[in-house]
Structure formats: structure tokens, C-alpha cells
Design a protein around this ligand. Structure first.
Ligand code: SF4
Length: 175
């Protein structure tokens, strides 16, 4: 069944802190069965079959899709959440319509941009950012759960390059 509507369930502080917000929403249809199909067609996404989540970006904001919920992070304007949810609804309905023509991909896959981010980090695994390793920090930067400024060892030029990389993450199938 096509998704017709969504409901915003919660407006919370973003996990990255600051004045940013996180929106938790739900569609009127479960979408868990669609995620391996989304994994097959999206270029800039990370899929975790075990956890049943797919992370991507829409309008520059990190988005985590699961069977029942959508979490949108790093919002400064809660109104943008409505635009993102509309875009996701249209995308998921297109995937549902074309499901028979898509071969689902169940293997974990992640946009390789995280590696470009990783090589710009100090790579000392000092854990001052709250993550155990620089790899973990790079993955969380990619998924929007960390911010570059949370690494106290990162020099300004590398920080600027990482911000530029994060700004460039854009899947061709999403706005
Ligand atoms: S604080 Fe920076 S250098 Fe230390 S583990 Fe985190 S990302 Fe790596």
C-alpha cells in the first residue's frame, strides 16, 4: 500500500547538541520491507540489515529510516522536516511501485565518503571525541551523529574539508 501520510511524533534536541533539533516521525504504512530495495537503488546510503535501518541524507540532513520510524537530525528549522518527509514519502512510494523491477540488496553497504572523511582525521584513536576510534567518529560524522568540532585534535583546514564533504553528500534520487 502506498504511503498517504506521516505523523510527527517527537521534536527533540539533536544528538549532536547545539541548538539543532531531531524529528521523529512515522508513516501510515510500515516500510521495513522496502529498505533492501532502497539499499539497491540509493548511491549515498548506509544499510544495516541486522538493525533494520537505512541512513541517508535529504536536503542535506541525515535521515534514518526503520520499519516504523523516520529520524531526521541536524534541523535548525522544524519546517524543513515536513519537506523531507514529503520527499521521502514520494521516494518510498516510487520504490514500492517499482519493487518488481529492483533486485533487493541485503548486504551492508555504506557510501564510501566516510573513508574520505576518515583520512582527514588525526587517526590517533585518542577517544577524546567520545568514540573509541577515529573510524567510529568518521562513520558517525557521515551519519550525522557527530560534528567535526567534537574532535579537539582536528585542525581548521581538515575541519573545513570535512564540512565540505558532508555538504556534498547528496543522492541523485533524493532532493
Ligand atoms: S578525538 Fe579525533 S583523533 Fe581522537 S579518536 Fe576522536 S576523531 Fe580520532
Amino acid at each position: 500500500m502506498a504511503i498517504k501520510s506521516y505523523r510527527i511524533l517527537n521534536l527533540l534536541p539533536c544528538v549532536t547538541g547545539g541548538k539543532k533539533l531531531r524529528v521523529v516521525a512515522a508513516f501510515d504504512q510500515e516500510i521495513g520491507d522496502l529498505l533492501p530495495y532502497c539499499n539497491a537503488v540509493l548511491e549515498r546510503a548506509a544499510y544495516d540489515h541486522g538493525r533494520g535501518t537505512l541512513t541517508t541524507r535529504c536536503y542535506g540532513r541525515p535521515v534514518i529510516l526503520s520499519s516504523r520510524h523516520v529520524v531526521i537530525g541536524q534541523l535548525t528549522d522544524p519546517g524543513l522536516a515536513e519537506e523531507i518527509l514529503e520527499a521521502l514519502k514520494d521516494f518510498l512510494n516510487r520504490v514500492r511501485e517499482q519493487k518488481d523491477k529492483i533486485t533487493p540488496v541485503y548486504e551492508a553497504k555504506i557510501d564510501p565518503t566516510w573513508q574520505q572523511i576518515f583520512i582527514l582525521l588525526p587517526r590517533t584513536n585518542c577517544a577524546a571525541c567520545g568514540e573509541q576510534t577515529c573510524v567510529a567518529f568518521a562513520l558517525k560524522l557521515w551519519s550525522g551523529e557527530q560534528l567535526p568540532e567534537n574532535c579537539p585534535r582536528l585542525e581548521q583546514p581538515e575541519m573545513d574539508k570535512i564540512r565540505a564533504l558532508l555538504d556534498e553528500i547528496h543522492d541523485p534520487l533524493l532532493p
